[in-house]
Design a binder for this molecule. Sequence first.
Ligand code: ZN
Length: 249
Amino acid sequence: MANKIRVTVWGENVHEHKNEKVAANYPKGMHGCIADGLLEDPAFEVTVATLDMPEHGLTDEILANTDVMTWWGHMAHDKVDDAIVAKVKKRVLEGMGLIVLHSGHYSKIFRSLMGTTCSLVWREADELERIWICNPGHPIVKGIEGPYFEIPMEEMYGEPFGIPEPNETVMIGHFEGGNVFRSGCVFLRGNGTIFYFQPGHETYPIYHHETVKLVLKNAVKYVAPRGTLWKDDCPNVPEDQAPVKISKK
Ligand code: ZN
């Protein structure tokens, strides 16, 4: 019980109330569907948090008790309070895992952690995406049969993708219209591990897709803290506490 990975699924929860297609795909919200997918694995304890909650559902208590956070946002990135973003970033640097989904590429938290534009090219044309596995031995793709998996309809996200060079590129998406994209990337920041995963346009039922659900479960385990959290407060080490006595002439 004590060893469960505590996941907070953060969702913007706006499209679900404005677009019938999104509401039909996700009657419990996109965050509800992502949470249900994760709960198929008894290794996880899952909390949901949304933009409209006080402090966007990310209170100090929730943040202190989150091992891994997933983040889906799109049309309301600018409504997310900078003070909350700073707290989430601090937790990532200490060692909390973060999974940024689809249009979360433009979220304040992802751009702040990357330090780059995080822009990309895109097209909404109901096209097939084939996601190729770059490293079949990587824990994030464990259990996927074959060299790729397909998403029947997805929004095209294409290169150039304005990210720093990832620490690991796990997947590359190829779209019917010919564009390619670094669809699954791992970044290390401070003591934290971040996974960016491209699938998840709101008008398609992508978080019901079995392989997408499998990747999310694997990713939670992969980005979860691996040891002691790093509380980096830049401590001074006075001479008399130096590990070895310093001799002076
Ligand atoms: Zn989208």
